[in-house]
Design a protein around this ligand. Structure first.
Ligand SMILES: *Cc1c(COP(=O)(O)O)cnc(C)c1O
Length: 422
């Protein structure tokens, strides 16, 4: 459930008409709902309320400071994968003891930044990283809590580009080598083994891969404890999928996911950490765009909108589907005609949807791409010198720009022409 609905024939974000935002800010623009972000975060909290837990929002899904502040103020922890994301979480007021640092290629500078600033735990993904972290921690006179990311070799049954838990993926250490790697970690100065970490992929629409992975984690937890490691935390990663098509069977709910967690690792007495990103932010955002015009092609019509692959790359990158809604409501079944919805960027890949039934849309009319709150604005670029897409946050009947659209002058001003060219 989200808070983007028609009221009086016009699509709203909570109590704000999207047309009003388009008038004030222009298009394209991302619009997020405070109520939906809050609701989704609370659903995860409730799903784990049977145990000690921390819901760490995966910052990479949506890293706008206002979104992080909103979630952080609700009590969320943060899962970060770079020094930049760590800085964002801190700037949003999240204390270091609620931040976990994931990622296969942390630099020594990033390690030092997080150790100095305060960190709940590093999720370590390799033996070279263990050695480096041990050195950095020692050089700062610190002892840092770590979990080792274990690759359970399960098939997450999701898009290949977002599957991370198979042995051929770059993530984590093979579960078969876990005991050896933990023994190595425990022997290194500056590190304190506190837990086990996993993250098997994103947009999972089936609970079975989670069940398999977490069952393996439970076995590993017992084996590591038998080896003398004080495993007190289990970080289960993120990955629970969202409905990208309103009319499709919905993926499992957070409460059902929480049940699987309870059944698999619930009796180990560990604090549970989870790292949902998409499920909190995905359906809490839309990308609002204007129709430029419709172009008649050979045997197909192209609806050309002012948003493009540089603003929302998921269709081009993951073959992702986003429902597209006219902001002005139509009576159901008003002569929908299949169109290809495309942006202005000079790439054939700049196609949002092929052959989708949409009512006839006037030039200048607004459309909303649903489910765009996660992996949307964070992946935006200025390709084709299109200024970076702005973001707006709605709360009830108010809205605020949380990232303004740069002017073309501001965009150009970032480049430098060397002396020898002038
Ligand atoms: C991407 C990622 C997440 C979040 O995944 P979602 O599918 O958005 O929930 C969590 N943890 C790690 C380590 C990640 O890389």
């Amino acid at each position: 459930m989200d808070h983007f609905n028609y009221k009086g024939g016009a699509l709203h974000a909570e109590d704000v008409a999207l047309a009003e935002i388009a008038r004030a800010v222009g298009t394209p623009v991302y619009v997020y709902s405070t109520a939906t972000l809050t609701r989704h975060f609370n659903l995860f909290r409730q799903a784990l309320d049977w145990t000690d837990h921390l819901v760490c929002f995966a910052v990479k899904a949506n890293s706008n400071l206002a979104v992080l502040k909103l979630l952080g103020d609700l009590g969320a922890g943060m899962d970060v994968v770079s020094g930049g994301e760590y800085a964002r979480a801190r700037a949003a007021g999240v204390p270091g003891e609620r931040i976990v640092f994931s990622g296969v290629g942390k630099t020594r500078e990033e390690m030092a930044q997080a150790i100095r600033g305060g960190i709940r735990q590093f999720n370590v993904e390799s033996e070279p990283e263990l050695a480096a972290l041990s050195q950095v921690a020692q050089s700062l006179g610190a002892t840092v809590p770590i979990a080792v990311r274990v690759n359970p070799d399960v098939d997450a049954k999701t898009h290949a580009k977002i599957a991370t838990g198979k042995s051929e993926n770059k993530f984590g250490i093979p579960i078969a080598r876990a005991r050896e790697v933990y023994a190595h970690a425990a022997a290194l100065p500056g590190l304190q083994v506190v837990g086990i970490d996993m993250h098997i992929g994103s947009q999972l629409t089936d609970l079975e891969p989670f069940r398999q992975a977490y069952t393996r984690m439970a076995d590993l937890c017992l084996a590591l404890r038998a080896d003398g490691h004080p495993i007190m935390r289990l970080d289960l990663g993120g990955g629970l999928g969202i409905p990208y098509r309103r009319d499709n069977a919905a993926p499992p709910l957070p409460i059902e996911y929480g049940q699987v967690v309870r059944e698999t690792v619930g009796d180990l007495g560990c604090e549970i950490e989870i790292e949902p990103g998409r499920n909190i932010a995905g359906n809490a955002g839309v990308l609002l765009a204007s129709v430029i015009w419709t172009k008649q092609g050979e045997g197909r019509d192209f609806l050309i909108v002012d948003a493009a692959m540089n603003d929302l790359i998921r269709p081009a990158m993951y073959d992702a589907h986003h429902d597209i809604l006219p902001v002005r409501e139509r009576a159901p079944g008003t002569d929908p005609a299949p169109v290809d919805v495309v942006g202005p960027v000079c790439e054939t890949g700049d196609t949002f949807a092929r052959g989708v039934p949409l009512p006839r849309l006037e030039d200048g009319e607004l459309v909303a791409f649903r489910s765009a709150g996660a992996y949307g604005a964070v992946m935006a670029s200025e390709y084709n010198s299109r200024p970076l897409v702005p973001e707006v946050l709605v709360a009830g009947d108010r809205f605020d720009v949380i990232r303004p659209r740069p002017t073309i002058e501001e965009m150009l001003a970032r480049d430098r022409i060397p002396d020898w060219l002038t």
